[in-house]
Each structure stands twice: as C-alpha cells, then as structure tokens.
Design a protein around this ligand. Sequence first.
Ligand code: PGA
Length: 252
Amino acid sequence: MRSKIVAGNWKMNKNVTESKALAEELVSELSGVSLENTRVIVSPTFVNLTTVLAASEGSAVEVAAQNMHQEAKGAYTGEISASMLKSIGIKTVILGHSERREYFGEDEALLAKKVNAAMQTELEVIYCFGEVLEERKNNTHFDVVKAQISGALFHLNTAAWSNIILAYEPVWAIGTGETASADQAQEMHAFIRGLVADQYGAEVADNVSILYGGSCKPSNAEEIFSKPDVDGGLIGGASLVAADFAAVIKAI
Ligand code: PGA
C-alpha cells in the first residue's frame, strides 16, 4: 500500500535558531498524534539540515534536502552532491521544484541526471512538476505534465520507482493563495497515475505516492486529501508555522 506523505518545503526561510525551534515545535505538536501509514517530512535549507536532523531525532519527522547537484564530486563551486547529503543522514531530496525550473533554468534533461545521481546514491526523490497558468488556460496542462514526468523519470527501471514520490504542483497555485480545487487535483492525479500505469504497469502506479502542492493549508487540506489519488501534500507557506503544518498533517 502506498504511503500518505505530508512534506514541508521551507524554501529559503528560517535561520539556524528558527529552524531548530520550528522542528522542535513540530515534534511537540505531533507527540501523541497517531500517524498510521503517514510520513511527515520537513525540508530546511542545506545549512540547517544537520540541526533539524538532530532536533527531530527519535521522532516521526523525517528530513529532506531541497536540491542537489547531479555530479558526484569535483570543481562545482557552491554545489552539494547526493553522497554529501547521504553522509549526514539525509534519505530524501526534492528535485524539480518549479522555483528551480523558473529561477535556475532546470529542465527535464538536467533533472534526469539529478534523478540518476540520487538513485545511484540510494536517495529517495520527491519529483515536482506542474503547469503554469497559461498552459492551464490553453488546455495543454496534461501534455506539459506528461512531458515533465516522462522526460525526467521514464528512463528509470521498475525497481527505481520504489524511491520515487511524485508532487503535482500547479505553478499558478504556488504561494498565490489560489488552490486547485479538489476535483482539479484529483483529475490530474488520476491522469498521472494512468501515465505511470501505461509505462510501468498497475502495481508500480498503485504504489507511487502522488502529492499535491500549491497553497495547501489547514482550511483546504482535508478536502484535497480526501480524493482517492491524492496521497498527501507538499506544503510551502503553511509548513513554516508548526501549528498550521500539524493541522495539515492531522487533516490526512
Ligand atoms: P505553497 O508552496 O504551499 O506556499 O503554495 C508549495 C510549494 O512550493 O511546494
């Protein structure tokens, strides 16, 4: 059975003191909460990964990185490799976030390399994708999502899919306060699961967790998460306040 997952993407927010405090508050908010088949992940910036790992040790809260470089090592000033993340105890990395695509020029060809590097290092990947408003208006959103998924992931073998989590994040809903309706999310998630089924068969498709992201918050999480193909969320703004993030987790 696929896991339910609520992941918080802290983006470039929170210094070391604030990161530690947020992780501790979250651990305390979740103490006594039954998290059956539900994983909770937080993703602080690189420099605070170790601090947040320590602050969440022994709890159900897992820690992921927000990005990594595709090469194993070498002259890539300012970059961080998969094995460096692994060596500090990180097991999961977010790749392909729309902000990485928009501001740092990441495309499927590059993301395929990053995914390969993660797989070789046995890191789990939360692979993000989603259409911009224009594409939704033009009714090309299904084609765009198909290209984003197939271009970066469909070269993988079946076994690799046990380390892939998909995150559908319509760009027009990220940080805008505008959310896809639960029906829009379900429609796209069912389409995505169908794509995976066509490529890899029903078992892989049934087992892959597909998260929704984009202005998901306590007031709308329950409705979105109630849809059969929505297996959780990737949460930005609402993950920066422990009580709000805990409320989203409880909604699942
Ligand atoms: P948001 O961000 O919840 O603030 O819209 C989601 C994301 O970018 O992952």
